[in-house]
Design a protein around this ligand. Structure first.
Ligand SMILES: Nc1ncnc2c1ncn2[C@@H]1O[C@H](COP(=O)(O)OP(=O)(O)OP(=O)(O)O)[C@@H](O)[C@H]1O
Ligand SMILES: [Mg+2]
Length: 266
């Protein structure tokens, strides 16, 4: 993995989210969210569907501006485009968001070519490095339709690494993967973090994943951080909000479940 050091800048950044508030119309999504991610840390964000995890990530990459509060990357405001010229943040989207009409090579070469940040030889060398890191040697010529789900995720990570990011965000990296591929993805995120030293923020529903890789985890609920601490501490927290997230109960008096309940009694 030492070849990678030529390809990835080893300067991780610190992220501070300070009293972040965001509403859409009447709907309050973030009601004052604060946390800090240390340089090089893997930080997980969990929370029920619709709790604002993706909205939070969009503030960090500067696609959304806060109503109040702020997000700082190394002390610089994330809503200022200049900040993203100084500190590169890459995001791995849930579905990979690969360009289907382009080969793996073309998907990976896109960012450096568009930003004119390297010559052909340097780009080719970097592509070889990231493909090797992700066990995708020789996949350059394949089209996205020829890749398995697990390979697609890895190509999506490879493409993010081509940006030489100091901050890497993952939105639901294990959704739609079977448990085995989920475990492989956890290993992948940990390996990328170890090889590059970059700061990682992982949004996930997957408790196994959070337990496996994250130093700290935050639980986002009702617009606030309901828990922050180690993944093990989350599992053993007596807080009602945490318990409700970990052990959602099904109300069988709800008409949706009545037919099943009756069937069981028969
Ligand atoms: N651009 C927008 N305009 C209006 N409402 C939005 C917008 N973006 C997000 N929302 C709303 O904000 C809330 C939080 O959405 P978000 O996508 O962050 O949830 P999430 O925690 O990522 O959920 P999931 O786990 O299902 O991905 C939702 O109610 C959503 O409808
Ligand atoms: Mg989301």
């Amino acid at each position: 993995m030492s070849a990678l050091e030529n390809s990835v800048r080893l300067v991780p950044v610190r992220v501070d989210v300070e009293n972040l508030k965001k509403s859409f119309g009447d709907k309050v999504v973030l009601a004052g969210v604060s946390f800090s991610v240390k340089p090089g840390e893997i930080y997980a964000i969990m929370g029920p569907s619709g709790s604002g995890k993706s909205v939070l990530l969009r503030h960090i990459i500067g696609l959304l501006a806060p109503d109040s509060g702020r997000v700082l990357i190394e002390g610089a405001d994330a809503s200022d485009p200049e900040t993203h010229r100084r500190f590169v943040t890459a995001i791995v989207f849930q579905d990979g968001a690969l360009f289907n009409s382009m080969s793996v090579y073309e998907n990976l070469a896109l960012y450096p070519r568009e930003h004119r940040i390297a010559d052909r030889k340097t780009i080719d060398a970097r592509i070889r490095d990231v493909l090797a890191l992700l066990s995708l040697q020789g996949a350059e010529k394949l089209m996205p339709s020829e890749l398995s789900g697990g390979m697609k995720k890895r190509v999506a990570v490879a493409r993010a690494l081509m940006m030489q990011p100091q901050l890497l965000l993952y939105d639901e990296p294990t959704s739609e993967l079977d448990p085995e591929l989920g475990a492989a993805t956890a290993e992948l995120i940990a390996a990328v973090s170890a090889a590059t030293g970059l700061t990682s923020i992982v949004v996930t529903h997957d408790r196994e994943l959070a337990r496996g890789i994250a130093g700290r985890v935050a639980l986002l609920k009702n617009g606030r951080i309901a828990y922050e601490g180690t993944p093990a501490g989350l599992e053993s927290s007596p807080e009602a909000e945490v318990q409700a997230f970990l052990h959602p109960t099904i109300d069988i008096s709800n008409p949706r479940f009545r037919r099943n309940a009756q069937a069981e009694n028969e």
